[in-house]
Design a protein around this ligand. Sequence first.
Ligand SMILES: Nc1ncnc2c1ncn2[C@@H]1O[C@H](COP(=O)(O)OP(=O)(O)OP(=O)(O)O)[C@@H](O)[C@H]1O
Ligand SMILES: [Mg+2]
Length: 145
Amino acid sequence: MTAAREVPVPVAELNEEELLQWGARFSLSLTAPAFVTLSGDLGAGKTTLIRAIVRAQGALEPVTSQSYGLVREYASPRGAVIHLDLYRLRGPTELLQIGWEDVLRAQAIVLVEWPERAEGALPVGHIALQLAHLDGRPEVRRLSW
Ligand SMILES: Nc1ncnc2c1ncn2[C@@H]1O[C@H](COP(=O)(O)OP(=O)(O)OP(=O)(O)O)[C@@H](O)[C@H]1O
Ligand SMILES: [Mg+2]
């Protein structure tokens, strides 16, 4: 019997300010093309973290939660940043309709909320970030990657 390989998972418990700072540092470590997924429950902080990542690229446009449309592109001095929120994705057909193939080929930093909705269509080797609430600590999130 072979022992399961233990892969250590980096974890941090961060308040919002710390998460924003982490996001800014992470952002500056990225070079396009980069594909990053952000998983976590409603309100876990995915958009908050994306806001920090986009801002650190130098984009001037504010990052908002998308109430309509699944894709937004931000221009930045370091190149394009593409933000997808797949929460309302209705299935693989819609993924193609929103230009998924172009997103995969883009010379951009791609940030995907609710990547579970695109299970099986995510590129191999993407960077996966997870955010989670902590019981009894509403101001803190657990970030793992
Ligand atoms: N440590 C923290 N990190 C991130 N957000 C925090 C933290 N503490 C409190 N918050 C608050 O939690 C909320 C997170 O909302 P956000 O829109 O970023 O979540 P989300 O994961 O994108 O949710 P959704 O799945 O609905 O898109 C914000 O109101 C933010 O102010
Ligand atoms: Mg969000």
